[in-house]
Design a protein around this ligand. Structure first.
Ligand code: ZN
Ligand code: FE
Length: 263
């Protein structure tokens, strides 16, 4: 258990978070999906940290644009998905791989989570007091990523795989979409009292301009409709919306994602 590790959200662009993970003793750091190098450099300077690695979840520009500037003057590994072409990635990774971050001693196992993009990966770790997952644009608080490349079946399977992790797993996703996602989630499950309570909490947090993340898997399982496609209220809501009687969870997921796209 590494109690001297801290994880902090750096705000970038409109609603991105670049997660900064660092060792308070050694001052070594890693960043996840650095779309903007300036945001990262500012934080490294302010906190007196050395960047010793970079983690990438998928190829989109808002997650990768900072790689070049950050690695220009630093000889550090850049971990990223093997199945996507990303300039600057030195350590391509896929399902089942494990890595240990240099100088941070945090170990990750890699999950392949296609859907948002085809090569999207997530980083799962049990090195800290609580297990945590860096899931990019796959699972969001009360939502999931748009299907730019993958099929609904692929995304559904990816989310189902995440759902098997320990329920106390902390979920670090890369966008602050929580309030908008909750509006949709409540349209799907108006009777979900835990979701109503979560919305009240999230509104209070956002009114102070604080991140609503990380979330936990337990919270998502209770309030995120994309993980609840087997729940009667979700099935009936989605069936009603698409005017079909849906029975299998995969079709419910597929229609739910389509509904969200036009919400
Ligand atoms: Zn993306
Ligand atoms: Fe993104």
């Amino acid at each position: 258990m590494l109690e001297h590790i801290q994880i902090q959200a750096l705000k970038a662009f409109e609603d991105n978070y670049i997660w900064l993970i660092f060792n308070k003793n050694t001052r070594q750091a890693t960043v996840v999906d650095p779309g903007d190098s300036r945001v990262v450099e500012t934080a490294l300077t302010a906190l007196s940290l050395n960047l010793s690695s970079v983690l990438i979840t998928h190829h989109h520009w808002d997650h990768t644009t900072g790689i070049q500037a950050l690695t220009q003057a630093r000889n550090i590994p850049v971990f990223g998905p093997a199945a996507e072409k990303i300039e600057g990635v030195t350590h391509p990774l896929g399902q089942g791989d494990t890595i240990t971050l240099p100088l941070l001693d945090i170990e990750f196992s890699i999950l392949s989570v296609p859907g948002h993009t085809l090569g999207h990966i997530a980083y799962y770790s049990i090195s800290l007091a609580q297990p945590f997952l860096l899931c990019g644009d796959t699972l969001f608080a009360c939502g999931c990523g748009r299907l730019f490349e993958g099929s609904p079946q692929q995304m559904h399977q990816s989310l189902q795989n995440i759902a098997t992790l320990p329920s106390e797993t902390l979920i670090y996703c890369t966008h602050e979409y929580t309030l908008a996602n909750m509006d949709f989630a409540l349209a799907v499950e108006p009777g979900n009292t835990q979701l109503q309570q979560r919305q009240t909490q999230a509104q209070a947090i956002r009114s102070k301009d604080k991140p609503t993340l990380p979330s936990t898997l337990a919270t998502e399982l209770a309030t995120n409709p994309f993980l609840r496609c087997d729940q009667p209220e979700v099935i009936s809501s989605v069936s009603h919306h698409c005017k079909q009687t849906l029975t299998d969870t995969e079709s419910v997921f597929s229609e739910l994602r389509a509904w969200k796209d036009s919400f």
